[in-house]
Design a protein around this ligand. Sequence first.
Ligand code: AMP
Length: 447
Amino acid sequence: MTSFADLQLAMPIQRALTEEGYTTPTPIQAGAIPHLLQGRDLLGLAQTGTGKTAAFALPALHRLLTHPRTQTPKSARVLVLAPTRELAAQIDDSFKNYARHMKLRHAVIFGGVGQGRQVEAMRRGVDVLTAAPGRLLDLIGQGHIDLHDLEVLVLDEADRMLDMGFVRDIKRIVALLPKSRQTVLFSATMPKAIEDLAHSLLHDPAKVEVTPPSSTVDRIRQGVMFVKSEDKRAATLLLVKNPKVQRAVVFTLMKHEANKVADFLNAEGIRSEAIHGNKSQGARERAMAGFRDGSVKVLVATDIAARGIDVDDVSHVFNYDLPNVAESYVHRIGRTARAGRDGWAVSLCDAEQRAWLRDIEKLIGKSIPVVTDHAYHSEEAQNSTMRPPVLGGGGRGRNQPRGGGQRPSGSRPGSGQRSGEGGRPSAGRPGGNNRPQGGRPARSRTK
Ligand code: AMP
């Protein structure tokens, strides 16, 4: 097995890794780092939680150490593009962490906050710039950043950046970069649009894949509960009350639903915070800090806000709503079972979302075991042939980016506020009894 010593990273980096407690490279690191150290372009297929940040950060730091250069004002030697501010901030933190024994100038740039400090950070130039595409283009346009002597470009979570509509911004940024550079693209999934982007950006790339793009990590035990939409909150309460739940992320489609679910759980005595695009940066950071230190047990999140959740001990992911884009399911449940741990992912599926479940099962290539031993089981939801709602007021289709679209009003009954108390039987072990010993999840879905 490869060890970090085998990878021959510069000593200051190795020391930081030892202090971090990293002994063995993860598969994506073992696969990607040697190619990147040789200066090759790379296409990495890996989800969050696989150690992909270090897979691109460590070789970039090695390059900075072994090829020192005087700093040019407003420039960066390494640029990492990331879809959200949370993810950008985390990547920047990781660089800082791995570079603790070297001198590293770094900056992170994203929208939603004033630009003054970001401009100031770039004034003298940096080694590593981590940026969300929109704000980066703004600052380039204003003449605060000049990337003409960039050496390494990393696109992280490229599929998500495309989902969020950043493809044109990315192309505009790339057009400003020198042709001779190293380019690295990481994506959790490989739809055609990513293949095309990779083809246009990467030169003879090495390909490293740690999980098949459409498969879910085997360590995650999955289950689905068919419920009426008005029972979803009560069912969620039942799920989060399970003593096995240490930290849970609950996903909703809509921001307002995230707020309502968090309020409901708080009223039931479960410390919860909602995070979504309408929350201020400060509120999101406070919520994340509480989640990390354990004072907040449940984070209720919409897909886009959840991209930045980088917490290793998420024991459970609950899909209050199924995602309307099947790939998002893979992203969502990848929030659990990280860093070698086990995790649970339980989805609530109502009649309207039944078709989305079929799409998800098609994508992941297996049936998700059905959990029926709970008070809210709905045959009607299970057997539904309803067409799912079209999301987004502007006629946005279900395979198009979501970006906080609203369900057409009146398209579903309002969610009730049943508490789930009063002697109802327990929802029982999410997925627990539906798994054959030691094997893959059972194909126990009744037709
Ligand atoms: P990432 O996929 O980059 O978000 O990383 C997931 C988590 O794994 C992070 O908390 C990292 O600190 C941790 N991690 C990354 N590489 C290793 C490693 N080789 N050994 C142990 N933990 C790691």
